[in-house]
Every structure is written in C-alpha cells, then in structure tokens.
Ligand binder design. Structure first.
Ligand code: IMO
Ligand code: MG
Length: 465
C-alpha cells in the first residue's frame, strides 16, 4: 500500500509557525520525509536547539528528527551559498543531516546576479532580497545558448563549464568590478560543488518513498496570501504558495494527496509591503515598519504595558514586542493585526483546508490590558460606502480600500502557555476557538476546524484537538 501525502501550508502572510506543527506531525503521522516545493531562502524558520536559536531557510523543517529525509523539490530555488551557510550553522549546532538531505536535480539555482537585482529592485514590494523574483523570472524566460539565464542543478553537474560561463556572463551584465565578480563566482562555485553530493540522480525520490508505503509531508513556504497569482498581487512572492503546488514543485503526482492543513496565527502578521486589512494602526503601522531603523533593539526600550493602553497603532507595537515578532530572515519588524476570519475562510476554500492549526492563542491575553471591548476578529469586509463584500478581493488596490467588520470576543487574562489540554483553557479562550470553528463550519461542505492550538513558541507548547 502506498504511503500518505500531507500538505501543510501557511494560511496567512507567512511566519505562521509551520515548523512547530511539522515537528508534531512527524511523530503522529510517522513521517519519513519532509519536502519543500516552493520559494527558497526567503523562508525563515527559527528553532530552539538546547537554548540556542537556529534559523533555517531552504532546508525543510524536521532536522531535529533522526531518520527523517529532508527533500528540496524542483519547485524550490537553491542558492548554493546560502544553503551551505545553513548547513554550516546546522553542523555547529551539533546536528548532522548529511545522510538525510536530498535535493532534486531539477531545482533552479539562485545565481549571484539574481540577488544583486533583487537588492536593487525589490524595495517597492519589500522583498527579502534573496533573489527569488529574478530567479523565477529567468526560469520562466527559457533563454538558450549564450543568453542562457536559468541554470538547474543537473545542468550545473553535467555541463559545468557552460553553466559557469552563463552564471559569470549574467553577473557581468550588471556588475563591472572584476574583483567582485571573481569573489562572487568563487563563493558560488565552491558552494555548488559541495552541494552536488546531495543532488539525487533523478526526480523519483519521493515516488519511491510513497511507493514503499512511507509517509511524506510537504511544507509550504511563504503563506497562501503571498501566492504569485491569487495572493495580494503585486505584493506577493514569486512562486505558487497554493497547496496544489506541492504536487508540481514537490515531485510527486497529486493522486497521492491525503489532506491539507493550514497554519494560522490568532494574531496575524505581515512582513514587507502590501495591504493588510486587519492591521493595527493601518497605514501608519505599514509606514513605520517599512523603516528598517525601527529595529528590535529600538522597540525593546519601550514599555509594552503602557503602549497597550493607547491607540491601535501602539497596541500593534506592544504586541510585536511582547510576542517577539521580527522577521527570521530579514529581522524586520512584522506588522501586526487581528485574526482575519473572512480571509481565512476564503483561503480554506481555495486550498481544501479541513484542518487549521491556530498558533499564538496564548498572546490573545494581552488584549485584556487594552481598552478594546474584547478580542478583535474580522468577520467580513465592506466598501467605503458600506456595501457588504461577498468574498475578499485579492488585488492590492481594492484591498487597501475595504473596511473590516470586527467582532469582539470575550477577553481572558490568564497565562495559558503551559496548558496541555483544551479543557484546562479559560472559557473565553475556548470560546475563541469555538467561534473560529463555527465561522468555518460550512467551508468545503463539511467545514474546517481547529485541530491544533499553539500556546507559546516552544515545540511542546501545543494542544492537539
Ligand atoms: P516563511 O516561510 C514572511 C514576503 C516578503 C515580501 C514578499 C516578497 O518564513 O513564512 P520575496 O523575497 O519572496 O520576493 O518577497 O513576500 N515573504 C515572506 N514573509 N515569511 C516568509 O516566509 C516570506 N517569504 C516572502 O517580506 O513582502
Ligand atoms: Mg518568514
């Protein structure tokens, strides 16, 4: 009998705490492989190893679990320099994944010119600057011969001279300083050469795992609202983050699919520019967070308890400080907002999500220190003239103009971060989860429901429902 294939995706703008749910499912579902299918080093996942923070970007979650294969699918971009850095930091943390890391031969390489271009042109979107947009552009552009732009790992391995000529040529078109070119080419070559041993000879790695009756989990990067086609265009990433893309970028056929899990946060965040309907402080917050100088250190001198007493912009700042919401990849302050159920429902519909993992439920207690009448959730949108909107628009210009309809749910002030069972939760926290379940009860016919509650950043701060 063939194995299960589960897809786990972020249901908001990224940073939903996907890795923690993956860790739990490895045991529960007896997973043999965790696979990436989109994005690259724009993703960021922070893990705590013996009290130290380890941040991974392209390498899938699950590296703490011996025996679990870590697969980088063909839809993922590999920046050799970054992946090698990641491997080094994983090694330094005392974890050995050399026998577990497998890279698809069909992954496209992020080349030095991609990163340089993204650094120059990504500012208006607020990209992570990791070359993602330019690399996917070159992949779609299909140039040949001396115009070759896209280099896949298998071409690098089997046709190295011409691959390296192309990489150098692409870089030389935008940088003239020979010393910089030589240095970047050196780093690129050394790193790619080292990674070669992890590249599987063919694209059937997961096919065989599945055929052997073993279970696979596809781990999405970057969040469903950042999908290049259906997200908040143009403020999106350059890959498909949709669950269905697991079976394009992940090198397995869709007939193996078992279920899709969406990970959301009870207090939403967004990094980078673009509309965010439920953001505390709206455009003021967006502008404030755009300014890189507002870094963690600066904000940490503020007293969040005082900020919580003020307007929504300051409530957002306080929540960011209290929950440590700064980007794992770029360290930027994350914009903070209320849980948007109208958006979550739409995302569940588009992706066949039946199970929602809801993280950061513990942080809802901070609302009890504010003047707000309860815990805010968005239950619908209306136009400026007060007309109800039937489903969330995805284009940025319209999203910027919609007005959210809030509902305020009962407060709780208890610290729930060490609770292990749903029944232990204060009734208002249970009420919050029940409200989400009720809101989603008709989605996909039989409804989606909350199946995990995150009560803190640590891996064991999770309640299974
Ligand atoms: P994880 O996997 C949060 C955002 C960027 C930017 C936009 C485009 O950690 O959830 P890109 O570099 O992809 O071209 O940037 O998308 N973004 C993310 N935000 N978490 C991520 O990944 C993200 N990946 C991309 O901030 O606004
Ligand atoms: Mg991130």
């Amino acid at each position: 009998m063939s194995g299960k294939s589960i897809v786990l995706v972020g249901a908001q703008y990224g940073d939903e705490g996907k890795g923690k749910i993956v860790d739990y499912l490895i045991q529960e579902e007896n997973l043999k492989a965790i696979a990436r299918f989109n994005g690259g080093s724009n993703a960021g996942h922070t893990i705590n190893v013996n009290g130290k923070e380890l941040v991974t970007h392209t390498i899938p979650s699950g590296l703490l679990h011996d025996g679990v294969k870590l697969y980088i699918g063909s839809g993922t971009l590999v920046d050799p320099v970054r992946v090698l850095e990641e491997l080094d930091s994983i090694n330094e943390a005392g974890i050995d994944i050399k026998d577990r890391l497998v890279i698809s031969p069909e992954t496209s390489l992020v080349q030095p010119h991609h990163t340089v271009l993204d650094g120059k042109n990504g500012k208006s979107i607020g990209t992570t600057g990791k070359g993602i947009g330019p690399a996917y552009c070159d992949q779609a552009n299909r140039m040949v011969g001396s115009d070759l732009k896209n280099v896949r790992f298998n071409e690098y391995i089997h046709n190295k001279d011409s691959a390296l000529r192309a990489v150098r040529h692409n870089l030389a078109q935008i940088i003239t300083d020979e010393a910089i070119i030589t240095q970047k080419m050196g780093d690129f070559t050394v790193s790619a050469d080292y990674l070669e041993k992890f590249v599987h000879p063919s694209n059937d790695f997961l096919y065989h795992i599945n055929l052997n009756g073993e279970n696979i989990l596809f781990e999405g990067a970057n969040g469903l609202l950042l999908d290049k086609q259906t997200g908040t265009v143009p403020f999106v990433t350059s890959s498909h983050t949709l669950a269905a893309n697991a079976y394009v970028g992940g090198d397995l056929s869709p007939d193996k699919h078992t279920k899709t899990i969406g990970v959301a946060k009870a207090i939403m965040t967004r990094v980078g520019n673009g509309p965010f309907v439920s953001e505390f402080g709206g455009v003021e917050s967006e502008e404030y967070c755009k300014n890189y100088a507002n870094d963690k250190e600066k904000e940490s001198s503020l007293n969040p308890d005082i900020l919580l007493q003020h307007d929504e912009f300051n409530i957002g700042r306080a929540l960011r400080i209290l929950t440590g919401n700064y980007g794992a990849t770029t360290k930027r302050p994350r914009r903070v907002g209320a849980l948007d159920l109208f958006s979550l429902e739409d995302v569940c519909k588009r992706n066949g999500v039946y199970e929602v993992a809801l993280n950061m439920v513990d942080a809802l207690r901070f609302f009890s220190k504010t003047q707000l009448p309860g815990i805010p959730v968005v239950v619908g949108y209306e136009t400026q003239s007060g007309k109800k909107i039937s489903s969330p628009p995805s284009d940025a210009s319209r999203l910027y103009t919609v007005k959210p309809n809030f509902e305020y749910l009962d407060h709780f002030s208890e610290d729930i971060s060490s609770m292990k069972d749903f029944n232990e939760l204060p009734s208002a926290a249970k009420g919050f989860v029940n409200f989400v379940n009720d809101y989603l009860k008709n989605v996909n016919g039989s409804g989606a429901r909350v199946s995990f509650i995150g009560v803190g950043p640590q891996r064991d701060q999770l309640i299974r429902l």
